[in-house]
Design a protein around this ligand. Structure first.
Ligand SMILES: NC(=O)c1ccc[n+]([C@@H]2O[C@H](COP(=O)([O-])OP(=O)(O)OC[C@H]3O[C@@H](n4cnc5c(N)ncnc54)[C@H](OP(=O)(O)O)[C@@H]3O)[C@@H](O)[C@H]2O)c1
Length: 213
């Protein structure tokens, strides 16, 4: 079982790739250019160069599932949000379906289902995440949607919560998201489930094992 990591050179992406490599979980890192290969080569991680705004079907060769942790980031405008966070995620689902992948694990965002409740500047991004998630749910590809809160650069506590009420806050470290992602990637039986993710006090096993729709 090999997992294609779309957005592998990102902050969550790199931490996830490193954890997966250490755990002996087979991955292929999709990165945007040759200069980015060095970091992955040093760690013995396979890479493929491809861009979500171009043709990237070749990246899926030999892969059984896909993780989407790419994002246009805060330094670009709604044009890139549309092309990467939305259309890039949609095209990833289309290719996953065509190739019969067993699962698509999406890094979405907490409360993506309510874009109008986000601060005005964040609304296009939340709407893109909302629409990408909706497309994935209807794509026919088995999926897991992880919905992290506001991302921080704290160290991994490996302790989680699944609601703001439980967490008492709306944030989660990227390091914790990477750990949660590894857990999900390794649990191939988790299908068509969605998990809000925050820093908290419970193990990821408990969160993923929660019996809710
Ligand atoms: N920021 C938040 O508070 C927050 C909250 C919830 C969820 N999220 C989601 O969390 C995920 C990852 O966050 P992060 O902090 O790890 O983000 P990040 O560091 O900005 O990483 C995003 C990655 O996406 C890649 N990317 C951008 N455009 C691309 C393209 N055209 N083709 C292929 N790859 C492309 C970037 O490539 P380069 O390395 O080449 O630039 C980068 O590696 C995103 O899906 C984001 O929407 C964020």
């Amino acid at each position: 079982m090999t997992t294609l990591v779309v957005g592998a050179n990102g902050q969550i992406g790199r931490q996830f790739c490193e954890l997966a490599q250490q755990a002996g979980t087979s991955i292929k890192a999709m990165i945007r250019n040759d200069e980015q290969t060095q970091w992955f080569n040093k760690r013995g991680i396979e890479t493929v160069v491809a861009d979500l705004e171009g043709e990237f079907e070749h990246a899926f060769e030999g892969c059984d599932q896909v993780v989407f942790t790419a994002g246009s980031g805060p330094h670009t405008g709604p044009d890139k949000t549309l092309m990467i966070d939305l259309y890039g995620a949609i095209r990833t689902a289309d290719i996953a379906r065509q190739k019969g992948l067993s699962r698509y694990v999406m890094i979405s965002a907490l409360r993506a289902e309510k874009p109008l409740e986000a601060p005005e500047k964040m609304r296009p991004y939340m709407a893109a995440k909302f629409a990408a998630d909706a497309y994935l749910r209807n794509s026919g590809v088995p999926y897991v949607i992880l919905k992290p809160g506001r991302l921080t650069d704290e160290a991994a506590s490996q302790q989680f919560a699944s609601s703001v009420d439980e967490a008492g806050d709306n944030q989660i470290s990227r390091a914790n998201v990477a750990h949660a992602l590894l857990h999900v990637v390794q649990q191939s039986g988790v299908l068509n489930r969605e998990f809000p993710l925050l820093d908290g006090k419970r193990s990821i096993d408990e969160i993923i094992g929660e019996d809710r729709p």
